[in-house]
Design a binder for this molecule. Structure first.
Ligand code: HEC
Length: 119
């Protein structure tokens, strides 16, 4: 019991200490999402989805433009689910299942969702 208590205390302390360090600000999250979205070696979303951002380079149009996201996805969780695995909504989707296939980490998916949710 004593050992368990010690372990729990250590875990709590570790969480408390790491909390503020791990918590990214909203701006940092959006910057990460922006980098991932446009990076040809990461999300590469830009190769299929145009977005009204001046850094967009050679945008593709195989998928819809990222526009009016809040209106079209009032529930942000549904938007995240779409990015995580597009084949749920459309089994024949050519969009890679970003989360299911570990193309991006969960954190990177959160970041990319925050980024596109501004448009
Ligand atoms: C190979 C092309 C391709 C890539 C890469 C791709 N997508 Fe898609 N995406 C599509 C297509 C095509 C659709 C249209 C729906 C479908 O067929 O599944 C779509 C649909 C979507 C939708 C739903 C849009 C709507 O209007 O309903 C979102 C959001 C989305 N993609 C985000 C992303 C993000 C974020 C990335 C990068 C992490 C990404 N996509 C990468 C092709 C792609």
């Amino acid at each position: 019991m004593r050992r368990l208590t010690t372990a729990l205390c250590a875990a709590t302390a570790a969480l408390t200490l790491s909390g503020p360090l791990m918590a990214a600000t909203q701006e940092e999250l959006i910057e990460l999402g922006r980098a991932v979205y446009h990076d040809k070696t990461r999300g590469n979303c830009i190769s299929c989805h145009n977005i009204n951002d001046p850094i967009a380079n050679l945008p593709g149009n195989q998928g819809p433009m990222m526009i009016a996201m809040k209106q079209r996805f009032p529930d942000k969780h549904k938007l995240r689910a779409q990015v995580w695995d597009a084949t749920v909504a459309n089994p024949l989707s050519i969009m890679p299942p970003i989360g299911k296939h570990w193309i991006l980490s969960e954190d990177e998916i959160d970041a990319v969702v925050e980024y596109i949710y501004q448009y």
